[in-house]
Design a protein around this ligand. Sequence first.
Ligand code: DGY
Length: 359
Amino acid sequence: MIRFIKDSKSKSDAEHTFNRTGKVPEVNDRPRVFVTRQIMQEALDLVGTVAEMEVWPDEEPPAPEILRERSSGTDGILTNIMDRVDVALLDASPRLKVISQLAVGLDNVDVAEATRRGIPVGNTPGVLAKATADVAFALLMSAARRIGESERWVRRGEWTLAFHPLRWLGIDVHDKTLGIVGMGQIGLEMARRGRGFDMRILYHSRTRRPELEAEHGLTYVDLPTLLAESDFVSLHVPLTEETRHYIGEKELRRMKPTAILVNAARGPVVDSRALYTALKEGWIYAAGLDVTDPEPLPIDDPLLTLENVVIAPHVGSASLDSRGAMCMLAARNLVAGLQGRELERCANPEVYQMRDNSN
Ligand code: DGY
């Protein structure tokens, strides 16, 4: 049985229950879950095989107090990057057995606190790596070859001269140096794409990955070297306290004036004021951003006054296939958690160790 909440204001007259058989729902002891946004039906169907479910129907996320209220009394929640899963929510939800996040990034979830409470947190790595690297590479190419800027020019009706040998000159991508910051699955997919364009690949990562270096032609360097030597710097790190403003004025000033910065990770990894100045004053050539700080980017944000930046609205994983795979993986994680099984993809597997130790 799926319950869609029609209106967030008044629970009593706002909820209506929905039963595909058309029968009056029976009270039973199946686990209860809250799904914080509409997701693909197949994934909801899977969750519905084991649980009573409430699905938030609005495009806007539930306000924090509503999220807390809806989560209290549930055994599992299926969240996304706009839902704050913090101590207050966890305190309000003492029955919670699993948090399943529809994303690889978990900066909205207090994973450490969930771990302390023995609650497994699922996420969806792997299934979105290729799609996200595709978008990062598309932004890299658009910024280098000035696709966004020239497309706007065509639409403004300014294409009045068919061709000029010195017009719309950009920067070649092939045979250049690509510097990848963060060598997880998305970083590796980015490297593969770069190799396809005959690029030299440098990388910097919290954990060096020697096992990948020979096979994928990767060279590990420190961050200052990567910034100084790369023609393209592409960011693929999670947002943590250590990576907030990881790329600021000092780092941008180290880059070549012909270099392009790509961010398909999280907006706050880059100090956006410093980025604006860098783009405006020509410390770097251009930027391609799939993520911004804040999101959504307000229409009066200074970045939008610049031609040398291409901005996509956080669409890295937004392909039908990849979002479908993410929804199914998030649903499987949720079901596994409800059934007390190990999650297929778990961000805090230490909870299982803790359980073993306490048995
Ligand atoms: C993620 O998975 O973290 C993306 O940013 C949202 O799809």
